[in-house]
Design a binder for this molecule. Structure first.
Ligand code: ACO
Length: 318
């Protein structure tokens, strides 16, 4: 078996919903501004005692159930997150303990909004080389904890949530190709500048030059779509579904135009989820699988762009 394929999906959103109207009482903004510029109407936020691992755990159980597997079948756990419960152990190790799995490797991967495609790239390579048979890949985030709730330019954009997939070895793809990139030149455009490592533990909130991020995201995602299709000798007509990172409806629409895909072939959750960073693609995938839109055998293109900058894509037959 030299390929990997998605065996099951799961996701979880915390119960608390914050609407744009709720935000109007926190910062100087309006529902109309947020909808028009981002497409976001509401987002889910964690409760005070809820953590990244709590969200990841529910999403993981759901993905395992949909794959028809038990935790003991998993031989690698990857958690993509920028908002782990604690510095260490990794959220992947905390999750392993919750799932009562012992001994298999487990590690976190940090590529901000591109974290899930990075983790899928790693999972696919582990399986293709025979180093793993069943990989649990999770994107889980509690971005509400790293937002400056007095900065209207960022606090309206993000939400919390988790999505998970189980990837398994297969004779046929499955995952057709993965493509990941980074360019640290742009580190200052989107960042949480503080950390214990640089002696600025208090500067632990998102800072963003939104306009510039927007322009880079649109151009770069256009390029990654071309790269992915060209690498496989495919054309836009071969794509059944675009499952993009959910940052902003205008960025998503620009990528759909590039692919000449009508918006009813694009899975959009940003209106209800906001930007859940590494969780957004597996959340959108799970929603579209469960409501019957994405079917077995269809070709899906997942793509993401995030802080770093980091970006990438996963092309797969579901
Ligand atoms: N409510 C009302 N007004 C606001 C708000 C708000 N929440 N936020 C900013 N404004 C104001 C600004 O202060 C500015 O006012 P001014 O003209 O008086 O100075 C005005 O709106 C325009 O601000 P811009 O930043 O130019 O607005 P823009 O059209 O670029 O939209 C946005 C801002 C939505 C952040 C956009 O730049 C964007 O989506 N960028 C991409 C950022 C992103 O998605 N980052 C997530 C991580 S990366 C990724 O996931 C792709």
């Amino acid at each position: 078996m030299k390929f990997s394929r998605i065996l099951g999906t799961g996701s979880y959103l915390p119960a608390r919903v914050m609407t744009n109207a709720d935000l109007e009482s926190i910062v100087d903004t309006t529902d109309a501004w947020i909808r028009e510029r981002t497409g976001i109407e509401s987002r889910h936020l964690v409760a005070d005692d809820e953590t990244c691992c709590d969200l990841a755990e529910v999403a993981s159980w759901r993905a395992l159930e949909s794959a028809g597997l038990r935790p003991s079948d998993i031989d690698l756990i990857l958690v993509a997150t920028t908002t782990p419960d604690q510095f260490f152990p990794s959220t992947a190790c905390l999750l392993q303990q919750r799932l009562d799995i012992h001994g298999c490797p487990a590690f976190d991967l940090q590529a901000v909004c591109a974290g899930f495609v990075y983790a899928m790239d790693v999972a696919d390579k582990y399986i293709r080389t025979g180093a793993a048979k069943h990989v649990l890949v999770v994107g889980s985030e509690t971005f509400s904890r790293v937002l400056d709730w007095s900065d209207r330019a960022t606090c309206v954009l993000f939400g919390d949530g988790a999505g998970a997939v189980v990837i398994g070895a297969a004779d046929e793809p499955g995952i057709i190709s993965t493509h990941i990139h980074a360019d640290g030149t742009y580190k200052d455009l989107l960042q949480i500048p503080g950390g214990h490592g640089n002696g600025r533990p208090d500067a632990a909130f998102v800072e963003m030059r939104g306009n510039e991020v927007f322009r880079f995201a649109v151009t770069t995602l256009g390029r990654i779509v071309d790269e992915t299709l060209e690498a496989n000798g495919m054309t836009r007509d071969d794509i059944d579904w675009l499952i993009p990172h959910q940052a902003n409806i205008r960025i998503i629409q620009a990528t759909a135009r590039k692919l000449d895909l009508p918006m009813d072939r694009v899975v959009v959750t940003v209106q209800e989820h906001g930007n859940t960073s590494s969780a957004s693609i597996p959340l959108a995938l799970d929603q579209a699988v469960r409501d019957g839109r994405v079917k077995r055998g269809e070709t899906i293109l997942m793509e993401a762009f995030g802080g770093g900058f980091t970006w990438g894509s996963v092309l797969a037959k579901y």
